[in-house]
Design a protein around this ligand. Structure first.
Ligand code: ATP
Ligand code: MG
Ligand code: FE
Length: 372
């Protein structure tokens, strides 16, 4: 099926078009620049930016794919989780398009869509707008024991996917800040600007990660328990204590009148984040029989996260799949990719009576019309 996907859950306005598992176009407009002076995404600004960007993004996407709205078989839209006001813009646009064209509409889960992108065919040429994905679906089906590690500005989760269309389970998640959010907050403390991830990643290469040891949240025995008797947060993360520890560390250097070793702090902070993310993700995979794990979200760009997670997966006999970065960050192609999977699995559309759900659970892959 030819599916148009719409994404507006955070600061990216995305429209992507797929035919089955073939990516035709992936057009994204980001309002990131408008949030720079605030050091984080401002929901109201993001919503207005979606309103401005939606029609041009849609037109560009259709033009690039060389298809008309008439030819599209179905429309898929992110209906949660995400920023309520931002979701509303994409959902309203999708409903209007569906009603005007008479096409079926699929309201889908953003987190599961991050995994769905891995099903797109690998493009042998790679690189371009229609660059290849992880090619997880090669041979027509997903690996049986698939996990997904999603790390971005808005989420940090480890999922188990038994079926991408109707059986997704949350194994663990952050209980406070997302990892990308921690990067952004720490970058603010270190006065490195926004977004913090790329700045810290770069500066960390000049620092000594071992010079300071920052806490690995929820790693104490009382939270971890054992494989037989898991503690309350065995596969969960917490990054707010880490952010506080960085702030206190900076204050101590300042109080002593010493120069703040910004590169060392950046390196030690990054090591703490990446160590605990990869350790818990690999543990969750090992203990749940997961043999293939897909990495998604904007923090997948992080060089150290890729390196350490890759090493630990290899040691544990787990295959790590990393899609091209433009498909790891928020985009419309992943929404279209999951929409196409739902249609191919014979799952019905969502109707137009649903409302966006800013805290949609991963167990809801798509909204069922009769449940709304
Ligand atoms: P969502 O959470 O809905 O996926 P988002 O817009 O918050 O959306 P992304 O756009 O996927 O998240 O990613 C942005 C985040 O990724 C920011 O927090 C940014 O600091 C972080 N990031 C980007 N590059 C890197 C990097 N090299 N290292 C660490 N973090 C990074
Ligand atoms: Mg973003
Ligand atoms: Fe996302």
């Amino acid at each position: 099926p030819l599916v148009l996907g719409i994404e507006s859950s955070c600061d990216e306005t995305g429209v992507g078009i797929v035919r089955g598992t073939t990516l035709l176009t992936n057009t994204v407009s980001s309002s990131m620049d408008e949030h720079v002076r605030f050091g984080g995404v401002i929901p109201e600004i993001a919503s207005r930016a979606h309103l401005d960007a939606f029609v041009p993004t849609l037109q560009e996407s259709l033009h690039e794919a060389g298809v008309t709205l008439d030819e599209i078989d179905a429309i898929a839209v992110t209906s949660g989780p995400g920023l309520a006001g931002a979701l509303m813009v994409g959902v309203c646009a999708a409903k209007a398009l569906a009603v005007a064209t008479g096409k079926p509409l699929y309201a889908i889960n953003h987190l599961v869509a991050h995994v769905g992108v891995g099903l797109l065919d690998r493009n042998p040429d790679g690189g371009t707008a229609a660059g290849g994905a992880a090619g997880l679906g090669e041979g027509g089906r997903l690996p049986d024991n698939l996990g997904a590690l999603l790390v971005s500005g808005g989420h940090t989760e480890i999922l188990r996917i038994r079926s991408i269309t109707d059986d997704v389970e949350l194994l663990g998640s952050t209980i406070d800040d997302a990892a990308g959010e921690a990067y952004d907050k720490v970058a603010r403390i270190l006065e490195l600007g926004y977004p913090g991830g790329p700045a810290i990643d770069k500066l960390a290469r000049q620092g000594n990660a071992k010079s300071i040891r920052f806490p690995r949240g929820l790693s104490q025995p009382k939270y971890m328990g054992t494989a037989e008797e898991p503690g309350p947060h065995r596969y969960d993360w917490s990054f707010s204590g880490l952010k506080t520890a960085v702030a206190r560390c900076v204050e101590q250097f300042e109080a002593r009148g010493e120069e703040v070793p910004v590169a060392d702090i950046a390196a030690a902070f990054q090591e703490a984040v990446v160590d605990v993310i990869s350790a818990k993700a690999v543990l969750a995979c090992k203990e749940n029989g997961i043999t293939d794990v897909l990495l998604g979200g904007g923090v997948a760009a992080n060089s150290r996260l890729r390196e350490l997670t890759g090493q630990r997966c290899t040691s544990a006999g787990i295959r790590l799949h990393v899609p091209p970065l433009e498909l790891c960050t928020d985009n419309g192609a992943m929404v279209a990719a999951l929409g196409a999977q739902l249609i191919m699995a014979g799952i019905g559309p969502s109707g137009v009576a649903f409302a966006p759900d800013s805290s949609m659970p991963v167990t809801t892959v798509s909204v069922q019309a009769d449940a709304g």
